[in-house]
Ligand binder design. Structure first.
Ligand code: AP5
Length: 220
């Protein structure tokens, strides 16, 4: 199955991707995680991308397309993948559609998580992440077992550099301007599944799985 997860910052894309990859047995490919890994590793791409991510701006399309089109042909993604955080502009969506078409592939669905702005601000302010394995926590609703420590790999949890209030405001502005049109792009092609992301994590996962089972047509 080839899927895209859409939704504003803090909507729960990464959280759902974690559960969906287990349920659907497909790898999660998160452009945000890839960029943060590159920045932590100090690569040229990582340093360049951080100049954008720290300000809440989008990384240029060419950099992202290179990253994604190098990752997708890897063997673990041969039977499908779940894209978290890509595409984020109509240009990325169009290039990705061409990339799929050139390989005789198609997308099964684009899942859009609907969440209100006040929920986003609340979720992001309580978020902690593991810089090593990318597990995500919410200090009130999904705290780690041991304080500030990742349940999976025991690394110390951190707050993301782009989770500061002023950067979150910019990310939301950029989302509305650049990424909301991507939702229309997939709706117009009959690929969009809209899911209420306000419910508890497990209920959202079940709603996505049920919507996927009901099916959605379309070829990209
Ligand atoms: P990225 O890492 O993709 O960030 P984002 O899209 O802003 O999304 P987030 O990771 O902030 O949130 P999420 O939806 O994954 O929510 P989460 O599951 O963590 O991108 C970062 C930056 O990289 C971008 O700003 C941009 O600069 C750059 N970038 C990345 N991709 C790019 C691209 N394609 N093009 C250009 N630039 C790109 O959940 C949030 C919190 O809520 C957590 O604490 C979680 O535990 C909690 N939570 C989740 N679900 C629920 C629930 N149902 N109920 C209660 N709590 C919940």
């Amino acid at each position: 199955m080839r899927l895209i997860l859409l939704g504003p910052p803090g909507a729960g894309k990464g959280t759902q991707a974690q559960f969906l990859t287990e349920r659907l047995q497909i790898p999660k490919i998160s452009t945000g995680d890839m960029l943060r890994d590159a920045a932590d590793d100090g690569t040229a791409l990582g340093r360049q991308a951080k100049q954008f991510t720290d300000l809440g701006r989008l990384v240029p399309d060419e950099m992202i397309l290179d990253l994604v089109t190098e990752r997708l042909p890897q063997p673990d993604a041969a039977a499908g993948f779940l894209l978290d955080g890509f595409p984020r502009t109509v240009g990325q969506a169009e290039s990705f559609s061409s990339w799929l078409r050139d390989r005789g592939l198609s997308l099964d669905a684009a899942v859009d998580l609907k969440v209100r702005d006040e929920t986003i601000v609340e979720r992001i302010s309580h978020r902690r992440v593991c810089p090593e394995c990318h597990d995500t926590y919410h200090m009130l609703t999904r705290p780690p077992i041991v304080d500030e420590t990742c349940d999976v790999c025991a690394h110390k949890l951190v707050q993301r550099d782009d989770d500061r209030a002023e950067v979150v405001r910019e990310r939301l502005r950029v989302y509305q301007e650049r990424t909301e049109p991507v939702i229309s792009y997939y709706r117009d092609r009959g690929m969009l599944l809209e899911i209420d992301g306000e419910r508890p994590v497990g209920e959202v996962t079940e709603a996505i799985v049920a919507a996927l089972a009901r099916g959605k047509g379309g070829q990209l």
